[in-house]
Design a binder for this molecule. Sequence first.
Ligand code: PMP
Length: 429
Amino acid sequence: KSRRLVRKQRDIESSAALYPTDIPIAFEAGRGATLKDVDGNLYLDFFAGIGVLNVGHANPYVTEAATEQLETLPHSLDFPTEPRLELIETLDEIAPPGLRGNNRVNFGGPTGSDAVEATIKLAKYNTGNDGLIAFRGSFHGETSGAFSLTADTKYKKPYTPLLPEVQHARYPYPFREDRSDDELVELALEEVKELLGDRYGAMSNPAGVWVEPIQGEGGTVVPPNGFLQGLRDLCDDYDVPLIVDEVQTGMGRTGEWWGSNHYDVTPDIMPMAKALGSGLPLSGTMYSEELDTWEPGGHTGTFRGFNPAMRASVRSIEYIRHHDLLEHATKLGARIRDRLRELEATNPHVGDVRGKGLFIGVELVDEDGKPAPELLADVRTTCYENGVLVWAGGRDDNVVRLLPPLVMTEEQADTGISILIDAIETSTS
Ligand code: PMP
C-alpha cells in the first residue's frame, strides 16, 4: 500500500514535495514516539516532523483541547480570544529571562518562514535600515525574505537576487576547523564586526543580526560558549537587534525552553514555529516591548492565529512542565550521545557526535575524514528498513539528525539507537 501511495504522489503532486522519497513510506497514524504506516509496520520516530511533535504524535491532552476548539471557534482573525491571550501569557512565563514581563507577541501563519518574514520587517521598521546579517550554513526558511537569510544552497541560486542587502558571516563549526574554540569565536565575531561597519564599513546600514543558537539544517552545529554572548555584545554596541531563530531549537527541544537559554543570552526578537503548535499550524514572533512600534495593522494577514493551534500550544507547554520533559530531554539526550560516542571511539566513519538535549547530530565521514553523504544515505535506508526513522542534514548532507519527540522513553531510545548503531556498523564494514 505504501508503494502504491508513493507512486500516486509522484504522479499527481508537485515535484517539489517529493524529497522524502528515499524513505518510501506512507504513514497512517502516529502515537507518542511511534508511527504506523499504511501496511501496519511500526516505526520509532527520531525526527518528529523535524522537531514539531515535541509532546508526541496525537498527544491526547493536546488533541482534546484542540478538537473542542475546532468545534467551537476555529478562526476569528485577530480579534481577542481566550486561547490567544492565554497563549501569550503562557509564553511569557517561559520566555528567555530578559524578555519575561517585557515582550510582545505577533502571531504568524503556519510556518517558521512566516515568523522570520515578520522579524525582517520588524527589524527594518525599528532601525530604518535594510542590511541583514546572517551566517554561513544557516537555514531560516524559503519565502523570499527568509530565503535571503538562508545561506547559499543549490536550491537558492535560481532565485537570486532576493533581498539585496544580505551578508553571511562565518559560523563557528568546531568539528570542521582545526582551531581552538576561542579562536573560532573570535574569527566569527570579527567578521560580524566588520559587517557592522567598524573597520571597513562593509555594511553601513545594518538592521539586525539573525542567528540560530545551534544550527539545525546546517548539521546540528553547536557553537562554542562565548559566540552568542559575543553577538549580544556587538548588537548592543552597534545598537541593532539580535534575532535568535528558535524555530527549530525552541519549545524544549534542546532541554531548555529556548536554545538561547544555554548561553544566558536574551534576544531582542525571537521567531518561533514548528513545535509551537504541537503539530497544528502556528508561528509567532516574540520581541522586546521597546520594539513594539508597529501601528495597528502594521503587519497583518488572514491566518495569524488559529485558535485550535493556540489551545494546542498552551496544552503542550503544560504537558512539558507537568512531565518534566526538559529534564527528561537533557538526560535522554546525554544517554544517546554517550552511546554514540562509544561508537565514535571505535568507528572512524563517525566523525563527530554533538548536540544538546534531544537535538542531536552524528557527522559521518569517509576514510580521509571528508563528508560521506552516500554513507549517510545507506545508513538512513537501513534504519528505516529496520523500523527507525532518522533525518539527514548538514552542509554536505552527511549528518544523521536525531530529533525524537521529548516523550520518547528510555527503552524506545535504546532500541532505536541500537538499530542506528548496527546500521552504521553494517554500512561501514
Ligand atoms: N528557521 C529555522 C531555524 C528552521 O529550521 C526552519 C525550518 N527548518 C525555518 C526557519 C523555516 O520554517 P518553515 O519550514 O516552517 O517555514
